[in-house]
Ligand binder design. Structure first.
Ligand code: PEP
Ligand code: MN
Length: 400
């Protein structure tokens, strides 16, 4: 399959010094406080230079997204909040691929629409946190920032940012991409699955940003990066990097997004107003969906081509009574339903959904007030995920 030719790009066209300097001069939120930046630099320099994703595959995804509206197609993006790299990564990748392709065909069968399948996969390793410290078992510790930075184990030593983990995470990504390539070889006539993660850890991402003459820089760590709700500042480094990319880009839109700010983001990230280039992922919370209408109106006064998808997870996180962070499936469904109604009411097309979900039989999200309480069935490293049954229930509320 042309889109999944083995990546060949190596360091020959790595990002030029002046680009790197421009980005590193801009404010960047949510970056770890590395104990020794020189060690980090050496680790990054020693990483294998090969692209994890090829330019050809990114171009294929761009074409698929550019044609999405014409065919009324949908986007189904799902996976873990954060991938666990201290496990059998080949097996967990294969399981996630099977889960994603199962629900992709489920949604396709039910809606009769083409569905683009995107995993939070093969690089979802860095996490933004609302606080620098968190209380675990009554003790204050530096927050877990994802396995590419520190360990989730609750000790001060484990929570120290370690460049060794960058190398481990990169090796996990290679293992995941090898499993994805195996899948594509075995199913040559089926639709490809695409990878995505939050483009958060700039030192790492810049290591795999490639120069190009034509259509923007190539980010070789994921087909489809997104910018999180905490790092989408218009004057910040994350948006500046995203604005240079040839990859399609998404941005999370939280309840604190001013309509004018969203319009400006659209103009900066999709300056040529190309179909499929930019996706906004609304994650407002079921009580804040009334903020979506003004945002949609404001954005479409500036650009025509934006895909709107719903992340009904991240605005609906609550502290459960048994001490586990949870999300109520009923709130998730309310937000998803209102999202579709509001986008349609504004004359636009709801283009799909973004979920945190796992093939494992976990109990992390709450249904009918039945809150998680069994540590053996609460396995997420960070945010609560839908199990397969809950995923099916949420998807059954996709109605457009
Ligand atoms: C996430 O997707 O895991 C995440 C942190 O999302 P947001 O940026 O929307 O809070
Ligand atoms: Mn999350």
């Amino acid at each position: 399959m042309t889109g999944h030719t083995a990546p060949t790009g190596v360091d020959s066209n790595a990002l030029a010094e002046e680009d790197r300097d421009r980005f590193s001069g801009l404010p960047a939120r949510q970056q770890p406080d590395w104990p020794d930046r020189e060690v980090l630099r050496k680790t990054l320099d020693a990483l294998p230079p090969q692209d994890l994703v090829s330019r050809a595959s990114v171009a294929e995804l761009r074409r698929e997204l550019a044609n999405l509206d014409a065919g009324g197609g949908l986007i189904l993006q799902l996976g873990d909040c954060v991938e666990n790299i201290e496990t059998d990564v080949n097996a967990s990748t294969r399981n996630m691929i099977a889960f994603l392709t199962h629900f992709r065909s489920h949604l396709r069968t039910r809606t009769g629409r083409h569905v683009v399948g995107v995993g939070r996969l093969a690089g979802q390793y860095a996490k933004p946190r609302s606080a620098d410290h968190e209380i675990v078992n009554g003790v204050s510790l530096p927050s877990f920032r994802g396995p590419i930075v520190n360990s989730h184990q609750p000790t001060p030593q484990a929570r120290r940012p370690s460049p060794d983990r960058v190398a481990l995470a990169h090796a996990a990504a290679q293992t995941s991409y090898a499993a994805i390539a195996d899948y594509h070889r075995a199913t040559a006539n089926l639709d490809p699955i695409w990878t995505s993660h939050e483009m958060l850890l700039l030192d790492y991402e810049l290591r795999y940003l490639r120069r190009s003459e034509g259509d923007g820089h190539h980010l070789a760590t994921a087909h489809w990066p997104w910018i999180g709700a905490r790092t989408r500042q218009l004057d910040g480094a994350h948006i500046a990097v995203a604005a240079t990319l040839s990859n399609p880009v998404s941005v999370k839109i939280g309840p604190d997004t001013a309509p004018e700010e969203a319009a400006e983001l659209a103009a900066v990230l999709n300056p040529r107003d190309e179909p499929g280039k930019l996706t906004f992922i609304a994650r407002l919370g079921h009580r804040n969906t009334d903020r979506l209408g003004p945002i949609v109106r404001s954005v479409h006064r500036r650009v025509e081509h934006v895909h709107w998808i719903s992340d009904p997870m991240h605005g609906n996180t609550v502290q459960g009574v048994h001490g586990f962070k949870t999300r109520h499936v009923e709130h998730i469904i309310t937000e998803l339903t209102q999202f579709q109604e509001i986008v349609v009411a504004h004359g636009r097309r709801p283009a799909g959904l973004h979920l945190e979900a796992t093939p494992e039989d976990v109990h992390e999200c709450t249904e009918n007030s039945h809150e998680p309480q069994d540590p053996a069935r609460y396995r997420t490293l960070l945010d609560p995920r839908l199990n397969p049954e809950q995923t099916a229930r949420v998807l059954s509320h996709w109605s457009v």
